[in-house]
Design a protein around this ligand. Structure first.
Ligand SMILES: Cc1ncc(COP(=O)(O)O)c(C=O)c1O
Length: 434
């Protein structure tokens, strides 16, 4: 029997949707992914450095996490968890942070959710009224979208390679008086750079100073969200620091955000946590509870066991870090050699996360018959002429054609990298040098 389709594609229109839904910007990376799929379908060799994810073939999760999840499911943990997280995981997070970061948080400050995303969204929702100002550097990950979704007034601070892609305290200072939220992420997506200890201390001091002033005036606080989902991934002697260890007085205004997603290649398992003042936690838990953004129960129980197993974690992370590092180093060495040979590229040495920042200075040139005027021209030239898929910093809120791109290494093999470098050399060798 033929069944008529109920919703033929011709009917797709968003005219009847809310203005919020009509205005939301989908993922730029997903748009690029569709182009890559189309090229791959035609048989092109592509080194796909676009997705901020891990290919399980190269980066599997810890066996203990897999086994723990299986065992918890087999034991019947298939029902709703407490919407703010199972107590076992909330307690394990406090032990993990005390052991690994020297931070003593009470269990009442830990909120568990389905990855870091809901906690970021929940922070914007729980801390800001529509029209409140959210200050964040660009490029950075998704702040523009969370500000949009919550009606916050975005105050993006453009940063550059000159400051390692982090804002300085001096740059932030004039914006804090009118702000209700400051968000930072380190190690930083998209740049793979890490904030400097002294700069973070100065920024944390500013937040404390501003809050003392507001307390005297009876005004609402300035909140500080510090997203550290990549904190276990730092390289080459670079050290991760948290604002609360540097300036403990900033803790009453700070939300720390973290997850298993990047720490143990478990992006699809959806377990994250935030540490925050208990009063914030209570309301954020209510908001996220209504959204249903909790983490699956079996994964939470397995994550709790993993956080309590320092040896297992260390063994896993040593291997994982070495694999991330060798990929970043191979790309860094390849681009550095091209720069030394006078090709128009610039690369920043990897400090953390799974990303490398590379600048392709091809503006105004005609390469393989294509004239390059924008980042998107560079992106499609690299993709179509060299089989390299990368994401421009514009996808992270930085306006303008700067030539800077994010290269993400979690979904490629060393062989993929070895294969793309000669293709790039070939292409960039045809461009005018710097
Ligand atoms: C800086 C940063 N924070 C948070 C997230 C989201 O993490 P999760 O997958 O746990 O939601 C990402 C994902 O790419 C990220 O780069």
């Amino acid at each position: 029997m033929d069944i008529a389709p109920l919703l033929p594609p011709a009917e797709v229109t968003d005219a009847g949707l809310s203005s919020l839904a009509r205005g939301v910007i989908g993922s730029e990376i997903l748009r690029i992914a569709a182009e890559i799929r189309a090229l791959k379908a035609k048989g092109a060799a592509i080194c796909n450095l676009t997705v901020g994810d891990f290919d399980p073939a190269h980066f599997p999760i810890p066996a203990e996490l897999l086994e723990g999840t299986r065992a918890a499911l087999a034991e019947g943990h298939t029902n709703y968890p407490p919407s703010d997280g199972v107590p076992q995981l909330r307690e394990a997070v406090t032990r993990f942070y005390a052991r690994e970061l020297g931070l003593s948080y009470p269990v009442e400050s830990v909120l568990v959710a389905g990855g870091a995303r809901p906690l970021l969204y929940g922070s914007y929702r729980a801390l800001l009224d529509p029209g409140d100002v959210a200050v964040y550097p660009v490029p950075s990950w998704n702040n523009n979208h969370y500000a949009y979704l919550t009606g916050a007034r975005a105050a993006p601070l453009p940063v550059s390679a000159a400051s390692n892609f982090f804002p300085t305290a001096e740059q932030i200072r004039p914006h804090l008086g009118g702000a209700h939220l400051l968000t930072l992420n380190s190690p930083l997506n998209p740049t793979g750079t890490v904030i400097d200890r002294d700069e973070l201390r100065r920024i944390s001091d500013l937040v404390v100073e501003e809050n003392r002033r507001r307390q005297r005036a009876g005004a609402r606080p300035l909140w500080f969200v510090f997203d550290q989902v990549y904190w276990t991934l730092t390289f080459g002697g670079v050290e991760h620091v948290t604002p609360v260890e540097l300036v403990p007085e900033v803790a009453p205004y700070t939300v720390l955000i973290d997850a298993i997603s990047k720490a143990v290649c478990a992006t699809g398992m959806r377990v994250g946590w935030g540490l925050m003042p208990p009063a914030v936690r209570r309301r954020m838990a209510d908001i996220l509870g209504h959204v249903g953004a909790w983490a699956p129960k079996a994964e939470q129980l397995a994550s709790a066991a993993l956080l309590d197993a320092p040896r297992t974690l260390e063994t896993f992370q040593t291997t994982m870090k070495a694999k991330v590092r060798e990929r970043l180093d191979a790309l860094h060495a390849g681009f550095s050699a091209m720069a030394r040979d006078g090709m128009p590229v610039e690369v920043i040495a990897p400090q953390g996360a799974i990303y490398l920042s590379v600048r392709f200075d091809l503006f105004g040139q005609t390469v393989r018959g294509r004239t390059v005027a924008t980042n998107d021209d560079i992106r499609s030239l690299l993709l179509e002429a060299a089989g390299l898929a990368v994401v421009p910093f514009q996808a992270f809120g930085l306006e303008g054609d700067t030539g800077w791109f994010r290269l993400s290494v979690g979904a490629v093999s060393m062989a993929d990298i070895a294969a793309v470098l000669p293709r790039l050399r070939d292409l960039l060798g045809q461009a005018r040098g710097r």
